[in-house]
Design a protein around this ligand. Structure first.
Ligand code: ATP
Ligand code: ZN
Length: 295
């Protein structure tokens, strides 16, 4: 394909790779996989994937090597934002996967009351800038020990008093006798671009991609809900359903005493809501995922 193209930085191999490429696929942007290649072009949309370590993505985007990038907020924070360069990279969308948090943890037996307990202590982390700026904001002076991997074993080895590490369930910390005591940053995968502008054709491509992405993200969050109910319960049911447009009400049988109600819920429908619908008279409640939504 000739003409303008967008370069999108994505993690080559790791926790974010599959979901990033899966999300693009849902947007109608597929990639023929070639093992070992570092640049992969889509035949569906003028995008080239640049496959790199996640740590390099924020700087590649900031420096214009890539137009766009998918990276954990934790890495963006560490590589760009915590270095005082907030204007140089813009977050376009939160992508709803890769959720984790950067947490402070102490050996289990150590007492903890508040962040001032860390004063004068050494903390091992792979996120020195983020930790330093967080502690400075809190007015707590600590010694940051930068470690590139296996941060969780450092208190056991006597390398540091505490750790600041990425956590999703907390199981790894617990296995190493550590206790999570505070959250420094809540993270998920984000789509980023440089704070500078591109040529109009590339801006237009990015707008088209974002339109599709918004449809996909909305659909991933939304659910289609169907149920049967007595006609007189419709008003009560409409009130229970979370923030939706007027549902479709279809009479069932000849007398119209019972109806089927179909609606799009913008957010997931939880068990609690299902219970309330049942109490209001609904039965055969079905909640199904939505593939795409275009308004
Ligand atoms: P690379 O080789 O690209 O540098 P990596 O080892 O730094 O890979 P991964 O372990 O694949 O990175 O994690 C990538 C991102 O996934 C993290 O930066 C974070 O945003 C997210 N993530 C989600 N859950 C977790 C978790 N439990 N532990 C670590 N990272 C997680
Ligand atoms: Zn990395």
């Amino acid at each position: 394909m000739t003409g303008p193209r967008l370069r999108l930085g994505v993690q080559k191999s790791g926790r974010l790779s599959e979901r990033s490429i899966g999300l693009l696929k849902r947007c109608g942007v597929g990639f023929g996989w070639r093992k070992g290649h570092l640049v992969v072009s889509s035949g569906d949309f003028p995008i080239d994937l640049i496959l790199v370590r996640d740590d390099d993505i924020p700087e590649y985007v900031r420096d214009g090597v890539c137009h766009l990038g998918v990276v954990g907020l934790n890495v963006l924070e560490e590589k760009v934002y915590a270095r005082g360069r907030r204007d140089s990279v813009e977050i376009l969308r939160r992508l709803g996967f890769g959720q984790c948090r950067l947490s402070l943890a102490l050996p289990r037996e150590q007492p903890f009351e508040n962040l001032h307990d860390f004063a004068g202590r050494s903390i091992a982390t792979s996120y020195p800038n983020t930790l330093q700026s967080f502690m400075a904001e809190q007015g707590v002076d600590v010694e940051v020990v930068e470690i590139t991997g296996s941060v969780e074993i450092t208190p056991m080895l006597g390398v540091a008093d505490a750790v600041c590490d990425l956590v999703s369930t907390g199981a790894t910390l617990r296995t190493h006798g550590l206790r999570e005591v505070a959250t420094v940053l809540e993270s998920e995968a984000v789509l980023i671009r440089a704070g500078t502008s591109w040529d109009p054709a590339q801006e237009e491509l990015s707008r088209r991609l974002l339109n599709r992405l918004d449809g996909v993200l909305r659909a991933l969050r939304a659910k289609y809900i169907m149920m049967n109910a007595p006609r007189e319960a419709v008003a009560a049911i409409e009130e229970i359903l979370p923030g939706l447009e007027t549902p479709t009400v279809i009479p069932l049988g000849q007398d119209g005493k019972r109806v089927a109600i179909h609606a799009v819920a913008p957010e997931d429908v939880f068990w609690e809501t299902m219970g309330r619908l049942k109490d209001a008279g609904a039965s055969s409640i079905l909640v199904v995922p939505i593939e795409k939504i275009i308004e």
